[in-house]
Design a protein around this ligand. Sequence first.
Ligand code: PMP
Length: 435
Amino acid sequence: FEDKISDENIINFRKEHLGKGLSLSYEKPLHIVRGEGVYLIDIEGRKYLDTVNNVNHVGHQHPKVVAAGQRQMAVLNTNTRYLHEEIIAYAEALLKKLPPHLSVIHIVNSGSEANELALRMAKTVTGNKDILAIEVGYHGNTNAVMDVSSYKFEGKGGFPKPENTHILPLPDSFRGKYSGENCGIDYTNHAAEIIQNLKAEGKEIAGFIGETMISCGGQIVPPKNYFKEIYKHIREAGGICIADEVQTGFGRMGKTFWAFQLYDVQPDIVTMGKPAGNGHPLAVVACTKEVAEKFNTGMEYFNTFGGNPVSCAIGRMVLEVIEEENLQQNALEVGGFLIAELKKLQKQFPIIGDVRGEGLFLGFELNDSNKNPLPEHASYLANRMKQLGILMSIDGPDHNVLKIKPPMVFSKEDAEELLYRLHTVFGEDFMVPSF
Ligand code: PMP
């Protein structure tokens, strides 16, 4: 058995029999067998502090979430065509966390599926097809969402931009097209221009989809007024505003439960996923009563697994644990401490070009003194941090942004451990670029 599960055998089997596009993290891949709180544990019993996993939101294998799933799984798992109290209890608990104008939810199984449904709603409600989306945005892996995910279609092995998709520049005030105090307006003017041009061709828009903090784009915090202005342009044109909260929701921002609340905007549709089930496949589309009514054309919406009592019991427990363990407040405090300390580290190590984020959704860039991105240094850092027992991930169009989005139980001590190890690696010869 030992031999069967050797890393080499697993790698060979994957290469031969699993999808050819699957990827593995790290030069020497990890073989993880257990999770516990903020830790992942490998086959040799080595513990890694996990700063990557924003899915296991309340901690890996949280005992209460595990028990909630086990309990319901032992009694019944079926679909929404029968009456069941668990879906009501989950919907009630989730709706309490949303502003009152978002009063209807559809429960699905993945972020991709949530965005797929959101796009279909926008298209059905408006009768239009054209969607505005953000450069380097990622909304999932199904056909319709790939069509609005420039991270994918403009990336390696991608395809030309679909005709009905209109891409807005990445609102990155550090490295993007515009910077400065009022660059939010410069970025959003592109939306107005696209809408105008479409109008001139006799076309109307279905809407706009945007991650409320852009993750694959490199933990981008949109500039002031960005979302307010975009939403204004979209609404004036009769479009639907979709907020993708798949990465950012459920208290991670610290200040607010959802990232869109940071900007004081009111999306028509909010999609959520990853953390909703703490690793169990659970995702949700929340929308206004008006959207829900117009989407109801008479065609049944059925989803075999979406809204099953096991998923709902798990989702409800996730919400309970967030509350019980004060995890939003923890994100605010630990995230605030971490960003302040990272800014101090930046003064000491100028290779850190920018530090940004909110709560436990942070990132920092590596670049030289001419602001050239340093992806090899990012890769070196992530691999060295792994050797030192800390998992970090890299993203951004230049592959030079280290992302920090750990389980929400990440403590001040965990943050100190992370900073201590970062300090060590930043002091190594390889990490001194030729300035
Ligand atoms: N939206 C965002 C912002 C995401 O980050 C992801 C997943 N990385 C998705 C949607 C798609 O979610 P899933 O992988 O659950 O389909």
